[in-house]
Ligand binder design. Structure first.
Ligand code: TRP
Length: 325
């Protein structure tokens, strides 16, 4: 089974050389039924800035809640980690969460951020080295959704993985399990994995987090259209689409869509795509788990649960897993 390319690692910007792939994905997605676009294209410069704003919104509880759990449980994580271990972060966004964790892990020997964007990684590595002079920072340019090898010298070392932000929830459950298995193969038997997982909760709380009053999440979703217009010679009126986010309880996921406000035909680089009024483009899923539901998924992928921590309101969870033989 392969990972849905819609859901592979996001990079802050897509270089020009990748525009052929972007166009192919957009033509495929708008030609499909139902229509869908790969979530990874949200993150151009404007999209990344909007996402930063989302993480600070009053309705968007995941970021601040996860930071709180990391602060509170940092000592517990440190106790589970062997001295001299190296920490591998799969996909490295803002370093805020990592910094919270590092404070509690003075015994850590090295930090290996893995991301597809080399420029971003090098910048990030430089600032971290300045702030943590004793820490070896060794960036790895790779797509973390596919097996990759760690730099020489890190194989056989005590390793731990870090995957915050409930990014695991943006993958279909089968793909999430496959991804966890990939992590396990990279880190090896006995390795630890610390990851953030958003929890099932009241529909109103979930839906507000993905459809905030200030309209930032709507702007983030609609920015995909602006990006298609700019980078792919698209002629889509962003005002003719509406942001829609809802909790699909049967699938236990938030779905984000761009809904056509009217019947229309849009053009992208010479190709036309017809929309009925109310027809949507599915742009993102964010799966929500129960603690036991996530433990079962991890177990299927070869990871045993060591600990699972939540905030006092039970909004978000942080799991510590151990890779079995
Ligand atoms: N993984 C996070 C989540 O699902 C971040 C995220 C991905 C997100 N896409 C998003 C947040 C779209 C808001 C809107 O919550």
């Amino acid at each position: 089974m392969t990972i849905d390319p819609r859901l592979t690692a996001s990079s802050p910007a897509t270089p020009m050389s990748e525009n052929g792939l972007f166009l192919a994905d957009v033509w495929d997605g708008l030609g499909a039924s139902p229509k869908a676009l790969p979530a990874k294209y949200f993150y151009d410069a404007a999209g990344s800035a909007l996402f930063e704003q989302i993480t600070a919104l009053p309705e968007y509880y995941p970021t601040r809640t996860e930071l709180g759990i990391l602060d509170e449980r940092g000592p517990d994580i440190a106790a589970l980690l062997p001295d001299g271990a190296a920490l591998v972060e799969f996909g490295s966004g803002s370093t805020a969460k990592l910094r919270r964790l590092l404070r509690h892990l003075p015994g850590l020997s090295a930090y290996l951020p893995v991301d597809v964007s080399g420029d971003f990684l090098r910048e990030q590595a430089e600032t971290l080295r300045g702030d943590f002079p004793d820490l070896t920072v060794e960036p790895v340019v790779a797509d973390f959704t596919r097996p990759f090898t760690l730099p020489e010298g890190f194989k056989g070392r005590a390793l731990a993985g870090f995957f915050p932000g409930s990014t695991i929830g943006n993958f279909e459950p089968g793909e999430a399990a496959r991804l966890l298995d990939v992590f396990g193969r990279i880190l090896g038997t006995g390795a630890m994995l610390v990851l953030g997982v958003d929890l099932v909760k009241d529909r109103a709380v979930l839906e507000a987090a993905y459809d905030d009053a200030a309209g930032v999440t709507a702007a983030f979703n609609l920015n995909l259209i602006t990006r298609i217009n700019r980078e792919l010679d698209g002629e889509i009126d962003p005002d003719s689409f509406a942001h829609r986010a809802f909790f699909n309880e049967a699938a236990s996921r938030i779905e984000m869509h761009l809904v056509s406000r009217r019947a229309q035909t849009v053009r992208v680089a010479g190709r036309s795509f017809a929309f009925a009024e109310g027809e949507s483009i599915h742009t993102e899923n964010s799966y929500k788990y129960t603690l036991d539901g996530f433990r079962a998924l991890a177990a299927r992928a070869g990871w045993a649960s060591l600990e699972a921590w939540t905030d006092p309101d039970g909004l978000f969870s942080l799991h510590a897993l151990r890779r079995e033989d």
